[in-house]
Design a protein around this ligand. Structure first.
Ligand code: ATP
Ligand code: ZN
Length: 290
């Protein structure tokens, strides 16, 4: 496909925690790309789209300024940048939180104990805001990496940093005091004017991402059962719509097909079995439009 000024441009992280999942998601919604290796702009083979591969910190501003119409980036990064963009959708990956952490056993039990202290962080804007909201004044020491070592080096009394499991904090003798912000990867969109043909593509991508997310939340379930057990079985299935019930060749037996939430499928399966279902099969769903 020929690329031109009119291509919908999507910013994604070049090489980092969000890159692989973002590229997988784009491919899963039907966008095909050539090799990403050593490239900054990657054309899409089957749509008038191009990817801009950059550092995640630059994504909110590129989208804000309309250089890219869309961006895939952590909410933490957009929030710190105070970017004027619209978050279209949370993507369910890259989950983490921005937390205040302090050295263990040093008598700091609440945020108030940090009044007047030095806080090392890569998130000075969100950090200052958070302390200011509680009427506390602090001095932020801006560090771009390995923030967790700052208290040991006596560069700071506490830190704020991105945490997912908390393992890094523990290794460095730190404990979490409180959460400033919960985050996940988001699809963000520019607030600048978007030409109609690009908006159409954005709507299509958004609809497909939605179908994908809906499918991930659901499983397709099939089972056989005696016809007189159908009512009892249907009560168990927390279906979006009423289940499909099909007669089987075997006398008084039916097949029941339905959709159930992924998170409940073990419970549902056991309950169905106890209520007389046999041959229960549960399948993943590729895409789902409700
Ligand atoms: P870049 O080189 O693009 O600036 P980076 O080092 O700033 O990359 P990564 O470490 O790749 O960023 O993290 C990207 C995003 O992944 C974070 O901004 C955050 O939204 C999310 N994330 C999820 N879990 C974690 C974690 N444990 N530590 C850091 N980021 C995490
Ligand atoms: Zn970054």
């Amino acid at each position: 496909m020929v690329q031109n000024e009119q291509s919908l441009r999507i910013a994604i992280q070049k090489g980092g925690r969000l890159s692989e999942k973002t590229l997988n998601l784009l491919e899963n919604v039907g966008l095909e790309f050539d090799s990403y290796k050593n490239r900054i702009l990657v054309p899409c083979r089957n749509y008038d789209v191009e990817l801009l591969l950059i550092r995640d910190d630059d994504i909110p501003e590129y989208v804000q300024d309309g250089i890219c119409e869309l961006g895939f980036v952590g909410h933490n990064v957009t929030a710190e940048a105070k970017a004027d963009v619209t978050a279209l959708r949370g993507l369910g990956f890259g989950k983490c939180r921005l937390s205040v952490a302090v050295p263990k056993n040093n008598g700091i039990h609440s945020l108030k104990d940090l009044d007047g202290c030095r806080i090392a962080t890569s998130y000075p804007v969100l950090t200052r805001e958070h302390f200011a909201r509680q009427g506390l004044s602090i001095k932020t020491i801006e560090i771009s990496g390995a923030v967790e070592i700052a208290p040991t080096l006596n560069v700071a009394d506490a830190i704020t940093d991105i945490v997912s499991t908390g393992g890094t904090l523990k290794t460095n003798g730190l404990i979490e005091l409180e959460t400033i912000l919960e985050s996940e990867a988001q699809l963000i969109c520019t607030n600048k004017a978007i030409p109609a043909h690009k908006q159409e593509l954005i709507d299509k991508i958004l609809m497909r991402i939605g179908a994908r997310q809906q499918a991930e939340k659901s499983r397709y379930i099939m089972m056989n059962a005696p016809a007189d057990k159908v009512d009892a079985l249907c009560q168990i299935i927390p279906s979006l719509k009423s289940p499909t019930v099909l007669p089987l060749a075997e006398n008084n037996m039916v097949a029941i097909h339905s959709v159930i939430p992924t998170g409940r499928f073990w419970e549902v399966m056991e309950e169905l079995k106890d209520a007389g279902a046999t041959g229960i099969v549960i399948l993943p769903i590729e895409n789902m439009i409700v």
